[in-house]
Design a protein around this ligand. Structure first.
Ligand SMILES: Nc1ncnc2c1ncn2[C@@H]1O[C@H](COP(=O)(O)OP(=O)(O)OP(=O)(O)O)[C@@H](O)[C@H]1O
Ligand SMILES: [Mg+2]
Length: 248
């Protein structure tokens, strides 16, 4: 089947060393199958805390050539090597076209990316300030949500692969909807997103594929069948009743 995706799928070969990721059910599941395919320009990885979303997304990003701590492919800072060795076993099935742009957002590392940009800009030998392409203001002088949207709106140029770990963490519901508009524009401009999320709003993105990681492995489901959606809906429909039951 013709696919215009930059990342069409991933394979993980048998892991020899005794590592924690070898025992994550989702990773074992991919190891035992031929290939985990991506079928949409927007793929969400969802599932319980600790199931392995960040481990997997980070290995995909590193296998694609991104700095494990986040940023563009040109970012080369390293503060602590907390990333796993899973990328050594992971192969990305690349599409026919190469991405012209890309960004890896690792929830914990926005701060470090901001420091790195400031450092480069403080170098008198450096060229034009990089912060100009991030909205003109140091990311440190913007709030968490502001700096994240500033990166998306100023730096994500389209025709790119964007790998994001819980982008909703920084954003108010209104700004999350704005992010979804940004994603829509970028997808219309030949981009691909792979996103780990807990947000039942974000995962409703039209046409996206939701891959649920669980103790059984990985399966493609409707966002309305995720626990995130079901619990949030039950809660919002009747918060008093649900909390009453819980507090009994
Ligand atoms: N360096 C490490 N050494 C040992 N175990 C680790 C290490 N990093 C992560 N883990 C474990 O691997 C599992 C998967 O972690 P991961 O961060 O991928 O989960 P996650 O699905 O992203 O969770 P969350 O939704 O909370 O972000 C967790 O049980 C975690 O404790
Ligand atoms: Mg995570």
């Amino acid at each position: 089947m013709f696919s215009n995706l930059y990342v069409r799928g991933i394979r993980i070969k048998q892991i020899e060393e005794d590592s924690y990721y070898k025992y994550l059910p989702a990773i074992k599941y991919i190891m035992d199958m031929d290939e985990l395919r991506f079928n949409s320009n927007v793929t969400f990885l969802v599932g319980e805390n600790g199931i392995g979303k960040s481990t997997l997304i980070e290995a995909i990003a590193v296998a694609m050539g991104f700095n494990p701590e986040g940023g563009t492919k040109n970012f080369s800072f390293s503060t602590n090597d907390s990333h796993s060795g899973l990328y050594n076993y992971l192969t990305v099935s690349k599409g026919i076209k190469r991405p012209m742009d890309g960004f890896f957002l690792r929830a914990e590392s926005m701060y470090n990316a901001a420091s790195y940009i400031d450092e480069l800009d403080d170098d008198p030998e450096g060229g034009a300030p990089i912060r100009l392409s991030y909205g003109g203001k140091s990311l440190h002088n913007q709030s968490h949500g502001e700096s994240f949207l500033s990166v998306v709106e100023n730096r994500f140029g389209g025709k790119g692969i964007y790998i994001l770990d819980e982008p909703e963490a920084a954003l108010s519901p209104a700004r999350l909807l704005r992010l979804m508009c940004n994603i829509k524009e970028l997808v219309d401009n030949d981009s691909q997103f792979i996103i780990a999320t807990h947000s039942p709003i974000l995962m409703a993105f039209p046409g996206a594929e939701v891959l649920e990681l669980s103790d059984e492995g990985i399966k493609s489901i409707s966002y309305k069948d995720t626990e995130h959606y079901i619990i949030t809906k039950r809660f919002l429909d009747a918060p008093g009743r649900m909390l009453g039951e819980l507090f009994e």
